[in-house]
Design a protein around this ligand. Structure first.
Ligand SMILES: NC(=O)c1ccc[n+]([C@@H]2O[C@H](COP(=O)([O-])OP(=O)(O)OC[C@H]3O[C@@H](n4cnc5c(N)ncnc54)[C@H](O)[C@@H]3O)[C@@H](O)[C@H]2O)c1
Ligand SMILES: O=C(O)[C@H](O)COP(=O)(O)O
Length: 596
């Protein structure tokens, strides 16, 4: 038997990966979130839509017709463009989903103003730097984007800017329209044989590279996360950052804006570039230190720049960069083709509708991606996990404070085959919802646990035997607390419960050191007693008098006539009087009533 400990900070690895511009493999689009719909009892929304009512989607920036039609089939759609931040915050409390492009800042204030009603933010495009992802996660709001439909449009715009800049198209056009005929002033540079550096070899970058090869350019790329064979397949060489920037004649930027890419091009990096280098940016303004670029243009290190994106959009009317003679600019038009906008609209509408239906969208950027086949196999264990969390927390004596939770997954499968992110989220949901007003879901489970100071450590036990089922049992323990049911304390001094799946149904199989076997449905009475004949009948009679249906009973004992724990499943909640009568039975040493 081997024990493998897993750090619990992996739940949102997908979010972190997406944030760094590095996506996990995409999944089939229709994966259902294994959560029941939000129950009104735990709703944190002050303005939740009436049950059964259509959800409301606020479309805050222009979206293609085909996408709007898809949304209207499922939801009430409010198209309100050019909202001020204040207007957005006012409207949002009446919306279940919000769709934006890059022009709307979805700030923490927006999530706070939604008072818990906003469940989905759809970014109709790739870059999610205008959405406060941490705030979304903290509010349990899923963020989805449309990462593929505008790739070609952005790549084509990059190539258009490259060619227009090299041949001074914009400047010559403006000059001719101003009545001048300046043929010698606008002599350009050729592209063929020149070295183009693609910085960020993702979807757009690789399409730019492919097109630049067709123009006869020598293309190199730098991307710390890209696979060399993918680059090689289109005749592109992946090189180090320093080598890349010091050899390129043209540099085209295609990475996301993240803390690690912000101001990646700055005074220091411009100083390492070839004199006369030309820069194209259709990624994000913030990846260039714009003041440093201005200095590099003025000193001649950078001969020309072509910019579609700016740190502040729109840039100020007197921006020296925008007005610079050697700079060609467009107002963030990379994704703006008719075809791309229709495609993006459909891509985001499908993702938002799916997320509102409770499906885990393949393009979610702040929730773990769990493959469909894993989800279906884990489904019963997901319910077991929540019930164990819900049960174990009710065994804690008031005032103890839950801080340290240990979860053990026992399985005959290799540890890497078991994805525990969902299970951990559901245990957290079970642990936290009964003792707080928080609404916990797959998106915010780790955050809520951390916020409440609850540490969840996971370990895996590798069992012998055939690995048909993903799990044999799950054990949840809470350390450093007192229990209102002393028999739930294990040899290690922790409150401990253990459960298994039997015939597809979650069963409680161990409490403290006592083996029991009760299905985890309805409610549960746990009694510690001295094992003796007639106990089951006595308790059954008390409950029968009150017309309480007993669904099952199970006795786990240390040895005949010694201490035993009796677990009684009941369909209805017994009255205080009935519970008192049970407690008054002389052989019963302690008992507890638990809601599952
Ligand atoms: N101007 C526009 O209208 C427009 C349109 C589409 C996309 N974009 C922007 O273009 C960028 C790229 O989009 P995409 O769809 O190709 O995204 P992508 O995620 O497919 O590719 C981004 C690539 O950048 C790489 N990367 C991350 N950090 C890096 C670093 N420090 N150095 C080099 N590479 C790094 C990633 O590994 C990834 O391969 C995004 O910022 C997106 O918002 C702009
Ligand atoms: O990140 C993107 O997809 C592009 O920057 C497009 O932004 P837009 O939707 O505002 O055109």
């Amino acid at each position: 038997m081997a024990t493998i400990t897993t750090p619990s900070n992996r739940l949102f690895s997908a979010a972190a990966a997406a944030h760094s511009g590095h996506r996990l493999p995409l999944l089939p689009p229709s994966i259902r979130l294994p959560f029941r719909p939000r129950r009104r009892r735990f709703s944190v929304s002050a303005h939740a839509a009436p049950l059964g009512a259509k959800p409301t989607v606020l479309v805050a920036e222009k979206l293609g017709e085909a996408g709007l039609e898809l949304l209207k089939d499922f939801a009430n759609v409010d198209c309100s463009y050019n909202l001020t931040q204040e207007e957005l915050c006012t409207k949002i409390s009446l919306c279940d989903a919000l769709i934006v492009r890059s022009g709307t800042k979805v700030t923490r204030e927006v999530f706070e103003s939604s008072a818990g009603r906003l469940r989905v933010v759809g970014r109709a495009g790739v870059g999610i730097d205008n959405v406060d992802l941490s705030a979304a996660t903290e509010h349990g709001c899923i963020v989805v984007n449309a990462p593929t439909a505008n790739t070609v449009a952005a790549a084509e715009h990059g190539i258009a800017l490259l060619a227009a800049m090299a041949r001074n198209i914009a400047q010559a056009d403006a000059s001719l329209k101003a009545g001048k005929w300046l043929r010698s002033k606008y002599v350009g540079v050729s592209l063929v044989g020149k070295t183009l550096l693609v910085l960020g070899f993702g979807k757009v970058g690789s399409e730019v590279a492919r097109r630049a090869k067709g123009l006869g350019m020598h293309v190199i790329a730098h991307d710390p996360y890209a696979a060399a064979d993918r680059a090689r397949a289109i005749g592109v060489e992946l090189v180090t950052f320093d080598e890349a920037i010091s050899t390129a004649d043209f540099i085209s930027l295609h990475m996301p804006l993240t803390p690690s890419t912000a101001k990646l091009l700055n005074d220091e990096t411009f100083a390492k570039m070839k004199k006369g280098v030309r820069i194209i940016n259709v990624a994000r303004g913030g990846v260039i230190d714009e003041e440093a670029l201005l200095r590099a243009l003025d000193s001649g290190i950078v001969a020309q720049a072509a910019l579609d994106v700016f740190t502040e959009e729109p840039p100020s009317a007197d921006s020296k960069l925008v007005l610079h003679e050697n700079v060609t600019v467009t107002p963030h038009l990379g994704a703006s083709t008719a075809e791309a906008q229709e495609g993006v609209a459909v891509e985001i509408a499908e993702a938002v509708v799916g997320a509102l239906k409770g499906e885990l969208a393949a393009t979610a950027v702040n929730a773990p991606m769990v493959p469909a086949e894993v989800l279906s196999e884990l489904a019963p264990f997901v319910i077991l996990a929540e019930k164990l969390g819900r049960l174990v927390v009710q065994l804690v004596a008031g005032g103890s404070g839950v801080k340290s939770v240990k979860v053990t997954y026992a399985s005959a499968r290799a540890p890497d085959d078991l994805d525990t992110r969902l299970l951990r989220a559901m245990i957290t949901k079970g642990l936290i919802e009964p003792i707080s007003s928080a609404f916990v879901n797959l998106v915010n489970a780790d955050f809520v646990a951390k916020q409440r100071g609850v540490q969840i450590a996971e370990e895996r036990i590798l069992l012998d035997g055939s690995p048909e089922s993903p799990l044999d049992f799950i054990q949840v323990r809470i350390a450093n607390v007192e229990s209102k049911f002393a028999s739930a304390i294990s040899e290690t001094g922790e409150i401990s419960v253990e459960g298994r799946i039997k015939d597809g149904i979650p069963h409680l199989t161990k409490v403290g050191t006592f083996q029991v076997d009760v299905s985890m449905e309805g409610s549960l009475i746990l009694c510690r007693q001295v094992d003796q004949p007639g106990m089951i009948g006595t308790v059954g009679n008390i409950l029968g008098e009150q017309n309480i249906n007993v669904s099952f009973m199970s006795v786990g004992r240390i040895a005949p006539r010694k201490q035993a724990v009796m677990a009684i499943g009941v369909d209805e909640e017994p009255s205080k009087e009935s519970l008192k009568k049970i407690g008054d039975i002389p052989a019963i040493e302690e008992f507890v009533f638990l809601k599952l």
